[in-house]
Design a protein around this ligand. Structure first.
Ligand code: ADP
Ligand code: MG
Length: 295
């Protein structure tokens, strides 16, 4: 193949997409044909996803469909095997020069990752640090923010997540819902462009789910761009601008929540949603039984 700069791989496609991947009108996240295998097993089989600025995208799908892996690829906790991801116009993990891709250095990767906040199913707070210290740690250590300034901001953020009265509490002294809200404040302390949530409420007791979803709703309302993996269909229906249903490493169906959740077109989406509804019902029945035994 003729390797002139005009048509050398991969510049032929990426030059075309560069105009779409940067600038205020471009999507904040632009993922094209993302592939990932583990030990020869394809886990992501060509995922395309655009997330506009200020948009909330909910990622639904059965366990093992590749949702966590996809978030980890956006955040460079995994390297992709094929395709491209741009975040705010920057190609994730690579620099393009003379039509060739070059791996970014560890330092450049760290710089890209700073702009992306991630909240996990397990809260992963530092157990030996107070809520306030958990929130100030990264801005001080990674960004070099002064201690006083970091603390002032952390106090604001703890207030924002409804924990203004808990700066001195250690994780073990907090409920799961409170810990998860500290984890959200901690991610926000880095002033991320994008927040990734990986089933943030699925490790919580049912009565604590609402307080975390409320914080996420507020965040969405304030215009944060978010990708949320969740089984909370009510949240997806009310808060998501766009819903993506994944199964077995592919996007099966996507669109507005009222369409994907309210009127799914694919059998796989329908059976997944049905399963979610019956699990919800069983959980409610279990709770009702537990409540009646309490009396
Ligand atoms: N580090 C890894 N090594 C090997 N297999 C993995 C790894 N991470 C995920 N997988 C596999 O990839 C598939 C998708 O996993 P995951 O992305 O966690 O799905 P989901 O979040 O939708 O449940 C699963 O079959 C899982 O076992
Ligand atoms: Mg997962």
């Amino acid at each position: 193949m003729d390797q002139t700069p005009e048509n050398a791989t991969p510049s032929a496609t990426s030059t075309a997409s560069r105009t779409r991947t940067s600038g205020p009108e471009a999507p904040l996240v632009h993922a094209v044909n993302v592939m990932k295998s583990f030990h020869g097993t394809e886990v992501l089989k060509g995922i395309d996803l655009d997330v506009q600025r200020g948009e909330v995208v909910c990622l639904l799908g059965p366990s093992g469909s590749g949702k966590t892996t996809f978030l980890r690829c956006i955040n460079q906790l995994e390297a992709i095997d094929g395709g491209r991801i741009w975040v705010d116009g920057d190609l994730v993990g690579y620099r393009e020069k003379d039509g060739h891709l070059h791996h970014l250095t560890d330092k450049e990767v760290a710089t890209q990752r700073r702009d992306i906040g991630m909240v996990f199913q397990r809260f992963n707070l530092f157990p030996h640090m107070t809520a306030l210290q958990n929130v100030t740690e990264a801005p001080i250590q990674v960004k070099g923010v002064g201690r006083k300034q970091a603390q002032e901001r952390a106090v604001q953020l703890l207030e924002q997540v409804g924990l203004g009265d808990k700066p001195s509490a250690y994780p073990a002294q907090l409920s799961g819902g409170q810990q998860q809200r500290v984890a959200i404040a901690r991610a926000l302390a880095m002033d991320p462009k994008l927040m990734l949530f990986d089933e943030p409420t699925s490790a919580l007791d049912p009565e604590l789910v609402g307080e975390v979803l409320r914080v996420m709703r507020d965040l969405a309302q304030q215009g944060m761009t978010m990708i949320v993996v969740t089984h909370e269909m009510g949240f997806a229906r009310d808060v998501a601008d766009h819903v993506v249903f994944m199964d077995a490493g592919v996007v099966v169906e996507e669109g507005k929540p009222q369409d994907v959740i309210g009127n799914p077109q694919h059998e796989r989406t329908r059976s997944f949603l049905q399963r979610m509804r019956s699990e919800d019902r069983e959980a409610r029945d279990d709770e009702a039984r537990a409540d009646s035994q309490d009396v």
